[in-house]
Design a protein around this ligand. Structure first.
Ligand SMILES: [Zn+2]
Length: 217
């Protein structure tokens, strides 16, 4: 038996057993029902891996309501059917072509380590060269960085936040290049949303397409 695989730590076993004896036990029939009926989520959420982002809780969503894909900095890469492994594109394809979700939300957030590192990468400030995958992934931010840098490169408070919000617009635009999304949008079967969430204040902002700026909800 390999020595790098261990049984789950006791505190997690206990926490699971407590959930099973309470939440699960009280809703046993419902869990059985959704197991048999399968999932029918109306909403796909693309959020950051950040452990402080809890999409279901901030919308009071129930199990089965949100199809969630998480990646570093909640980015959608450009459409690139090159035969390589593309986790985000695969999740989007499954959500639209198989689950037929009606909404895709890109959920960005404040204090994002991914966006902050991406900012450093794009502005060629000191970044970790030990990362094989993260830096490559954060290259997706370059067009958004270029856009926010049109008015000068000088660092100012909120610039990382600007990049985070700008990247949401670019990710939404990248989504429209996927043929199956283009088709669903044309048939009015799908709509796209950009959201930005401030962790400390709990404030949520939505991208207003008329001004292409974020407004509080
Ligand atoms: Zn993040």
């Amino acid at each position: 038996m390999p020595n790098y695989i261990k049984i789950l730590p006791n505190y997690l076993i206990k926490r699971h057993q407590a959930w099973k004896a309470t939440v699960y036990e009280e809703n046993k029939n419902w869990y059985n029902k959704i197991a048999i009926e399968g999932q029918k989520p109306q909403v796909m959420v693309i959020s950051c891996c950040d452990s402080r982002i809890h999409a279901t809780s901030m919308f009071g969503a129930d199990i089965g309501e949100f199809f969630i894909h998480r990646n570093i900095a909640n980015l959608v890469p450009p459409y690139n059917p090159d035969g390589d492994h593309h986790g985000t594109s695969a999740a989007v394809e499954y959500a639209v072509k198989t689950l037929h979700v009606s909404h895709i939300i890109i959920l960005g957030h404040s204090h994002c380590g991914g966006i902050s590192n991406g900012y450093k990468l794009c502005s060629s400030e000191q970044i970790s060269h030990e990362s094989i995958f993260v830096n490559k992934w954060l290259n997706i931010l370059k067009p958004a960085y270029k856009n926010i840098s049109k008015n000068g490169n000088q660092f100012r408070e909120g610039r990382v936040e600007d990049l985070g919000k700008e990247s949401i617009k670019f990710s939404l635009n990248n989504l429209t290049d996927f043929p199956f999304i283009k088709s669903a949008l044309n048939k009015n079967e799908l709509v796209l949303h950009g959201l930005w969430y401030d962790i400390g204040s709990g404030t949520m902002e939505t991208l207003d397409p008329s001004s292409m700026s974020f407004v509080k909800i």
